[in-house]
Design a protein around this ligand. Structure first.
Ligand code: NAD
Length: 291
């Protein structure tokens, strides 16, 4: 069994990006600048955003964090987004999700300039992704492709089963892995909460992408020997034995699935760090495109 080490791979990617930034600096070019908008004080969102800002510092990007109170009106948030759209120094920006209930997420995503949409959530980028045109790929699926490529996991002609059909993970990864690309050319089955006999389907999978948000859902009896497992799930579970009061669980029951796997991502240190690295990669791309 080989661990698909997201922490190491993401560190390699960040080193590659840092080298590029140094080249930009040395040749007098603009340094990539990523901005993030955070509305409210949700603990997990604050952790994710601060991780993104820290990663920017690490590779030498400029970063701007705009923190807004949870009562912020939709109108005020849209104004902040327009200001970032019109700010030439900002190459890309993200609006951390989820947003408070009184704000229409779709309206917000539609307001982001597609050329600065480094999360790859705008319909223009989603459409281009589906048509295999140059675009910003959503960071988590992009990170999964990168992990599979760098570990040379064979995907061509393989049966990939994706569990979960969210717009940010399940659906895009199912589209991407069915396309003609290095970590692609697969036969993809996209499953979801209405899927019947899921176990029969997962038992026929060569590769499983678990992205449903149910801790330790996929167990050893649901997979065949030699399977490759990508565990996207991140759920905080109360754990008083930990200093911070919780532990992080994936969607895969690692102890029973790992012994049957050829390749498997751990949680944490699997897909999570890759997501941040690919956000940086998209920001670098946005900056390069502008030049
Ligand atoms: P979501 O919560 O929006 O949707 C869950 C999906 O799972 C739905 O499509 C639903 O139909 C499906 N589902 C639910 N129960 C099911 C069942 N019993 N059988 C089959 N399918 C079922 O999904 P999301 O936003 O993609 O998040 C999924 C998980 O991935 C969460 O734990 C989230 O925290 C995590 N996540 C991690 C990263 C990362 O960087 N590692 C990024 C995004 C999301």
């Amino acid at each position: 069994m080989v661990l698909l080490d997201g922490r190491k791979t993401s560190a390699d990617i960040k080193d590659e990006i840092a080298l590029k930034v140094k080249e930009f600096k040395d040749s007098g070019k603009k340094i990539p600048h990523l901005a993030a908008i955070l509305v409210g004080t949700d603990g997990a969102s604050m952790t994710y955003v601060s991780g993104k800002v820290k990663a920017c510092e690490l590779v030498g990007f400029k970063s701007t964090l705009i923190e807004l109170p949870k009562e912020t009106s939709e109108e005020k948030l849209l104004q902040e987004i327009e200001a970032l759209n019109n700010n030439d120094d900002i190459d890309g920006f993200i609006v951390q999700l989820p947003l408070p209930k009184h704000i229409d997420e779709q309206k917000v995503l539609l307001t982001v300039d597609p050329d600065k949409d480094v999360d790859g959530f705008h319909p223009t980028n989603v459409g281009k992704m589906a048509l295999d045109l140059p675009c910003f790929l959503p960071a988590t699926p992009f990170g999964i492709l990168e992990l599979l490529e760098r570990y040379k996991v064979e995907t061509s002609g393989k049966h990939v089963v994706v569990i979960g059909r969210s717009h940010i993970v399940g659906r895009p990864i199912s589209i991407l892995m069915s396309q003609k690309r290095l970590a692609g050319n697969a036969t993809v089955t996209l499953t979801h909460s209405r899927t019947k006999n899921l176990k029969e389907i997962t038992l026929r999978a060569d590769i499983i992408v678990a992205a449903l948000g149910k801790p330790e859902f996929l167990t050893g009896d649901m997979v065949k020997d030699g399977v490759t497992i990508i565990d996207v799930g991140i759920t905080r579970i109360k754990d008083d034995s930990k200093k911070r009061g919780y532990r992080i669980a994936g969607d895969v029951h690692f102890e029973s699935v790992a012994p049957k796997s050829a390749f498997i991502t751990p949680v944490p240190r699997g897909v999570g760090p890759m997501t941040i690295a690919m956000l940086l990669k998209n920001t670098l791309l946005a900056c390069e495109r502008k030049q």
